[in-house]
Write a protein that binds this ligand. Structure first.
Ligand code: IPT
Length: 982
């Protein structure tokens, strides 16, 4: 209790419940957490794209170890709500658990809970049932607001509970995403969202994510003219500069890094934001990009386009512009499994992000780690303003952003190419008036690169006058300080530290020259960055300093926790000091050395004692390398026995569709309608929102019935198959591609002679629905219909004629009433096999025919292949195992077919042979049983023509390390639970 509170209590005599202290505040520079200006360095993670909650911890630990202090999460409304009024937050939907984990792992959290998120999700994250609302979404339409309140009443309390100081680490909350329409209706909607969040107990500062630095929804308090005011406290925006890969799958030069703060428009007014009274805040900054159906498989290239160099140039430019809250989209992209993907993307949402889809740390994560450690080591960076320009001699191809902290006068010198997308070689000299005097030093830039240099900085108990090397991190180890700097291998470097008198300099390792200027008190060190130099500096009226000066690779080998530095293994997850012993947990992908600086005498690695010796730089060094993972052998699926069944009985005239829904009369609120008078066939109107839908239409044959023209909505790279009386008449596939995939199509089919014979005939249609559009532009695009839109029969001259067709429809069994709640709304569509539980592990397929997959022949419609395989990944090892279809080197097959991949009942993706590009589907542990039996069920859809059948299928190892987190298989119901009467 504070003194004042105690006095108040004493004077009034009553215990008044004081409002909880507001722990997150801000000024125009930065957030303040418990009053302390704090730079937020964040990256994005989507829990719904990793359906194995124990692995969420792996991602969070990898983010933390990569230098981030914050994780930003989208929460996908539709993922939690299959039906109006029905919500689920258990199992893979346990947001409470995720937020607890983030707290346990020491990460702040930014929550972005919709209602609309975009995120390349089907409907941009809206639930399926919302598309049946007539009122316009993202407005103040009362029915829409009522739906929104239903969601917010569920999610807001979970968020409120995990706010910083109230039981968790949430520091910021987003109320809408990229709402670029700003009519009075949107203003009222925004106010409603804000008020609802406050009413539900959310007290942290709130923001909206502007689609670019447009100044939409700048907080009212900022009194900026020419913008649309918003109710929230903070202004945030997103940006994806830096170019995209070419179709040749090569990185492109891209545009220079934009100045979106101090050096950009409005920056002159002193603000780093379009909102001068609030901090510069990038709620999303491109750390990769999504990839689309039919590409050449761009993720590896996207990782390079926004990889090394890009990160230093672009994130550095943001930091120099005073953007004190920066979140990289995505930190881990993951998998748009099942029917999560919007039409613009395929299953993999790898995004080219620092942590790849299989949970490997890409090389670019190491660079992020260096930036993140630097930002954490220099709290002065949270408050920046412009400092006077510096002088650059020797090159016109360089620019230096010179910033200062108004409180400490610390300087940031951000050295970048000019323009910043240039990739030449520059050698130059920078002269600057710094807090400790006027100094000149040489520097270089080669290729795509930039440097974040600091000067005039109190570094632990030392004084850094300037350095041409980049500071990475520091620790305080008892009486000694340790500072780690780095530079490009082979480049000369220098730094000046200040002392009252000449200190003693001992070069322990490497070649470092030193000289002392007693007039200024400057100790000048010169060296070439190579490996890791170690220098001890003692005396000079300061505590001793161990200076580590590495090349980039040496710097990148370091992990840091409070008071501890470690290097060697691929990943250090946790470092816990217990007495004089250090307990390290982490991963090795190969036999790895280990070196540790910290206040300890002995070390355990993943629970095993590690014999150590002490080095001359007083670190502990493991006497033997840490062990590598064992080699992993995977079962050969081509040698396995498979079970086979045909799976399109709906096509047959005598198929019993008595349980299906009569289609036609439901209210139609879709954005595309059939011609007047025609029935509403859109699947959503009948409660079928995700995955495949089947239609059966009975009509009387007639001599006129020569063609059928079908308007359908199948989403990105979706398809329609049309059958008459059990025979495939044809199929129609939609193209993928950017910028907007084709999501509806019109196809004309010639009807076979049967249609012209009297009597009843059955048209059967299967629509493979690849996602609903997002609603990015607030035009209700998510209400574009899916399934059939209209069907017209025509005669030989092409004139359509009225023939009554009695339609029935069947999608996912139960529609909005989920049978399989654990796997949830995005797992299943309406294939016959899905409705019958053929995807489930304990479904008895013993009566099916048995075969080898190599003997499979194409089938007209959908056919099913099932097999089982056993895995025995050692318990102390982490792996991601994937399923590969066909030849990984070619994005497309000559064959024309598609596959839904069910692993242990989970729909883990769709392969479209002739569209591509994805052939390898990572299956996370927890879905895949790493120690036990697995069931694979493939639903193959084809026109049955030769060559249009399943290619060889194999298991592949996509990630393998010794270490990892412990994973429990996700709890799911069995076939027996779901089909008790069978
Ligand atoms: C912006 C969205 O906010 C985000 O949800 C996601 O869609 C992302 O970018 C792209 O991956 S959309 C903006 C780039 C128009």
């Amino acid at each position: 209790m504070s003194v004042i509170a105690a006095l108040l209590l004493a004077s009034t005599g009553t215990a008044q419940a004081a409002p909880p202290p507001q722990r997150v505040t801000f000024d125009r520079y930065s957030l303040r957490i418990d009053g302390k200006p704090t730079l937020i360095w964040s990256s994005e993670f989507h829990p719904f794209r990793l359906p194995s909650p124990d692995l969420w911890r792996d991602i969070l630990q990898k983010m933390k170890a990569s230098g981030f202090n914050t994780v930003a999460i989208y929460i996908d409304w539709g993922f939690h709500s299959p039906k109006k009024g029905v919500y689920d937050f258990s199992g893979i939907r346990d947001i409470d658990r995720l937020l607890t984990m983030a707290q346990e792992e020491g990460l702040y959290v930014i929550t972005r809970a919709g209602p609309y998120v975009n995120a390349e999700l089907s409907r941009g994250g809206f639930p399926g049932w919302l598309v049946n609302q007539p009122g316009k979404a993202r407005t103040d339409d009362p029915e829409y607001l009522a739906a929104v309140d239903e969601w917010l009443s569920h999610i807001n309390p979970i968020i409120a509970k995990h706010q910083l100081g109230r039981g968790g680490t949430i520091i910021l909350h987003q109320i809408e995403n990229e709402l670029a329409l700003t009519t009075p209706s949107q203003s009222r909607y925004m106010q409603h969202l804000y008020d609802k969040a406050r009413a539900d107990g959310i007290t942290v500062p709130m923001f909206h994510n502007d689609q670019g630095r447009n100044g939409y929804w700048v907080p009212k308090s900022s009194d900026v003219s020419l913008t649309v005011p918003g109710p929230q406290e903070l202004y945030a925006f997103d940006g994806y500069p830096g170019g995209v890969c070419g179709v040749d799958n090569k990185p492109t030069k891209g545009a220079p890094a934009p100045d979106w703060g101090l050096y950009g428009p409005g920056g002159a007014k002193g603000g780093a934001s379009a909102s001068p009274k609030t901090p510069g805040f990038l709620a999303e900054f491109g750390g990769g990009w999504f990839d689309y159906w039919g590409s050449n498989g761009m993720y590896p290239c996207n990782a390079i386009q926004r990889g090394s160099g890009y990160q230093r140039v672009f994130y550095g430019t943001n930091i120099a512009n005073g953007i004190a809250i920066q979140s990289i989209y995505m930190g881990y992209g993951g998998t748009s499994w099942g029917w999560l993907p919007a039409p613009v993307v395929y299953t993999s949402y790898d995004y080219g992000s620092a942590i790849d889809e299989a949970r490997n740390l890409r090389p670019k994560a190491l660079e992020l780690k260096q930036i993140g450690q630097f930002l954490a080591a220099v709290p002065d960076l949270a408050r920046l303003e412009k400092a006077p320009p510096v002088t650059i001699a020797g090159s016109d191809a360089v620019q230096v952003y010179h910033d200062r902290n108004p409180d400490t006068d610390m300087r940031l010198l951000f050295v970048a190419p000019k323009p910043s997308n240039a990739t030449g070689d520059a050698r130059f000299t920078i002269t600057a008036d710094l807090p400790d005097g006027r100094y000149s030093f040489a520097s270089e830039l080669h290729g795509r690169d930039a440097k974040l240099l600091v000067a005039g900085l109190n570094l632990e108990r030392q004084r850094l006058v300037y350095a041409s090397s980049e500071l990475q991190t520091t620790i305080r180890r008892g009486t000694e300080d340790v500072a780690l700097f780095y530079g490009r291998a082979g480049e000369p470097g220098e730094m000046v530290l200040r002392y009252a008198s000449a200190p003693k300099v001992t070069v322990i390792e490497g070649q470092v020259a030193s000289s002392f200027d007693p007039a200024k008190g400057d100790l000048r060190l010169t060296y070439v960055h190579q490996g890791l130099a170690r220098v001890r500096i003692e005396g000079g009226a300061r505590p001793p300093l161990l200076l580590l000066i590495g090349d980039v690779a040496a710097g990148q080998s370091f992990f840091r926790q409070d008071g501890l530095l470690e290097r060697g293994p691929a990943l250090v997850r946790h470092a816990v000091v217990r007495g004089s012993t250090l307990d390290l947990t982490g991963d090795t992908d190969t036999a790895a050395p280990l070196e540790v600086w910290g206040p300890v005498r002995s070390i355990r690695w993943n629970g095993q004692a590690v014999p150590v010796t002490r080095s001359a730089s007083r670190s502990l060094i493991a006497k033997r390398p840490l062990p590598a993972p064992e080699s992993l052998t995977l079962p050969d699926l081509m040698a396995a026995t498979w079970r086979y069944a045909e799976g399109s009985p709906e096509t047959r005239p005598d198929f019993d569709d008595s349980g299906w829904t009569v289609a036609g009369s439901a209210r139609n609120v879709a954005t595309v309608r059939p011609p007047t008078g025609q029935p509403n066939l859109g699947a959503d109107a009948y409660g079928f929102h995700d995955g495949d839908v089947w239609y059966r239409g009975r009509f009387q044959g007639s001599a006129q019935a020569k063609t059928a023209t079908i308007h359908h909505g199948a989403g990105g790279a979706g398809m329609l198959q049309l059958f008459l009386d059990g025979k495939l008449i044809g199929q129609h596939e939609l193209a993928g591609g950017l910028p907007r995939p084709i999501t509806t199509g019109v196809a004309e089919f010639a009807l076979p002679p049967e249609a012209q014979t009297p009597g009843e005939h059955v048209l059967a249609a299967m629509v493979r629905v690849n996602g609903h559009n997002w609603d990015l532009d607030v035009d209700d695009a998510h209400k574009e219909p899916r399934g059939l839109i209209s069907v017209s029969l025509a005669d030989a001259s092409g004139d359509s004629f009225a023939v009554p067709i009695a339609w029935k429809i069947q999608g996912r069994a139960g529609g909005e009433d989920l049978r399989d709640v654990a796997r949830g709304p995005s797992n299943n569509g309406g294939l016959y096999g899905e409705r019958m539980g053929w995807t489930l592990p304990d479904f008895a397929d013993g009566a099916w025919s048995s075969m080898k997959l190599a003997d499979a022949t194409p089938y007209m419609g959908t056919s099913w292949y099932r097999t089982t395989f056993d895995l025995s990944v050692p318990k102390n090892e982490d792996a991601t195992i994937g399923l590969q279809i066909g030849d990984a080197k070619t994005p497309r097959s000559p064959g024309r077919y598609r596959v839904l991949i069910f692993v242990n009942g989970w729909n883990m993706g769709q392969f479209v042979a002739n569209v591509g590009p994805q052939r390898v589907f990572p299956i996370p542990e927890g879905i895949l049983h790493h120690r036990g039996r697995n069931t694979l069920a493939l639903a193959v859809t084809s026109d049955g023509a030769p060559g249009n059948g399943i290619e060889p299928v194999r298991l592949v190892t996509l990630h393998h390390a010794r270490g990892g987190v412990s994973v429990t298989d996700v709890a799911v119901p069995t076939y027996r639970d779901l089909y008790p009467s069978h």
